[in-house]
Design a protein around this ligand. Structure first.
Ligand SMILES: Nc1ncnc2c1ncn2[C@@H]1O[C@H](COP(=O)(O)OP(=O)(O)OP(=O)(O)O)[C@@H](O)[C@H]1O
Ligand SMILES: [Mg+2]
Length: 444
């Protein structure tokens, strides 16, 4: 059995604390795999715990198969939860750990067949008579999962179940979870702060920031049409390049996007989405370019929709299957608050829905003789100079290139930017190009 889970304006406020979850609404279909994604402290676990009944709902409604369920006791919700910490009973064998919920529910029945079937499904049937301390981390997490599955729940709630495992095992178990939940067809709500995990697992991904739901969409849509600059920056590795810019739309001349030292010309005839930028004339905007949205090539190689820019090579990261080139275009990077850190503390205005925070200014490396840290605009303090890092100059644009690209640091290279892959966000962080499909002002 599987069930629909609906959240209607769900909020959670802890005593003497800021609102942890703010008017969260979402409909999860029976059998759907929904991922709750967001940085630490954004309220993911709180949402999950309210669904499980482990946390009171301050405001709003939880519906299970359309029925009001705020007051249904946890054990009557038919849900099973898997946590980050394995929480196995150390003095019980794996067999008894997996069978524990069954024994509590039906103490006089023989559950061996179901335990063994579950263990086979998880590939741990040869460890049933061992104890948790005789298992590897991955095996222990599979036992924890077995314990959740054996109850045949109608909803699976998983709270960062893989984050204690090393990267290789995490990838392996990630694939297993996808396969398993698919086979079981049980509604699954999976919490993670790892965007790669979210993208590879979810039928849909719900991105949260500071207690507020930002966007719910398929992984593909989340990457391709992020609703705002926060979602754009949270999804994708390497991170999208975000540059401060101003739209220039003189009546008699071509429109262009001013990046500071250089301008991106917008060729006529303008696409519908780019035409809409005209109303931003003179206003600060943020331009988003994913690392695959530009390539190193001379203007003579431009395909339709590509416009030239130049960059100075800062350094190249060899990745095996590709290389990442850090370039300096003299632009100023835009910084999105909250991406990695816990959300800001309580304070008036900090929780207004739809508010994406200020886009702070950071000086571009060309404008500064010595650049700050090399590890990205969002990392560290604005002027975190360290003697080691002072020699590595941070670029403002990271591009993917082939693994065999050889570029000399300091060389000036021609670039072609694909306007079809250009994002523009307004001063509040909302995507304005490609044009949003929502009615303007709807998410004020
Ligand atoms: N019992 C509590 N009392 C007061 N504040 C709490 C309590 N539990 C959580 N919070 C606060 O609510 C906010 C959301 O916490 P939550 O655990 O849901 O975040 P999270 O997204 O799961 O973070 P993480 O990725 O670190 O697990 C945080 O600011 C946290 O400090
Ligand atoms: Mg959590």
């Amino acid at each position: 059995m599987t069930r629909a889970v609906s959240l209607r304006g769900l909020s959670k406020t802890y005593a003497r604390a800021a609102t942890a979850v703010d008017r969260f609404s979402l409909d999860i279909a029976p059998g759907e795999f929904l991922v709750l994604l967001g940085p630490s402290g954004c309220g993911k676990s709180t949402v999950l715990r309210m669904i499980a009944g482990l946390e009171d709902i301050t405001e709003g409604e939880l519906l299970l198969d359309g029925e009001y369920a705020n007051d249904v006791p946890p054990r009557e919700r038919g849900m099973a939860m898997v946590f980050q910490s394995f929480a196995l009973y150390p003095n019980l064998t794996n067999r008894h750990n997996i069978g524990f919920p069954l024994k509590v529910q039906y103490p006089h029945e023989d559950h061996s067949a179901r335990i063994e079937a579950t263990a086979r499904m998880l590939g741990i049937d040869d460890t049933l008579d061992s104890y948790p301390n005789q298992l590897s981390g991955g095996e222990r997490q599979r036992v924890a999962m077995g314990r959740a599955i054996s109850r045949r729940p109608s909803v699976f709630l998983m709270d960062e179940p893989l984050s204690n495992l090393d990267a290789k095992l995490r990838n392996h178990l990630r694939a297993e979870i996808a396969q398993l939940t698919d086979e079981l067809g049980v509604t699954t709500i999976y919490v993670t702060h790892d965007q790669a995990e979210a993208m590879s697992l979810g039928d849909r991904v719900a991105v949260m920031r500071a207690g507020v739901l930002q966007q719910v969409s398929t992984p593909r849509e989340t990457y391709a049409v992020p609703a705002n600059v926060f979602v754009a920056a949270f999804i994708g590795t390497p991170r999208i390049n975000l540059l401060q810019a101003v739209v220039h739309a003189p009546l008699a001349e071509r429109m262009c996007i001013d990046l500071g030292r250089q301008r991106l010309p917008l060729p006529e005839p303008l696409s519908h989405d780019l035409q809409l930028l005209r109303i931003q004339q003179g206003r600060p905007v943020v331009v988003g370019l994913r690392p695959e949205a530009a390539r190193i090539a001379p203007p003579s190689h431009a395909r339709p929709g590509e416009v030239p820019l130049t960059g100075i090579v800062e350094h190249t990261e060899y990745q095996g299957h590709e290389a990442l080139v850090h370039l300096n275009t003299g632009s100023r990077r835009a910084v999105v608050p909250d991406l990695e850190s816990a959300r800001p503390g309580p304070g008036p205005g900090s929780r207004a829905p739809g508010r994406l925070g200020r886009i702070k200014e950071r000086a571009g490396a060309l404008a500064k003789p010595r650049s700050s840290a090399a590890d990205g605009p969002e990392a560290g303090a604005p002027d975190a100079h360290t003697p080691e890092r002072a020699t590595i100059r941070a670029g403002d644009l990271v591009l993917r290139t082939g693994p065999d690209t050889r570029l000399r640091t300091g060389a000036q290279v021609p670039l072609l930017v694909d306007l079809g892959q250009l994002y523009v966000f307004d001063h509040r962080g909302r995507r304005i190009c490609p044009a949003p499909t929502e009615i303007p002002g709807l998410y004020e």
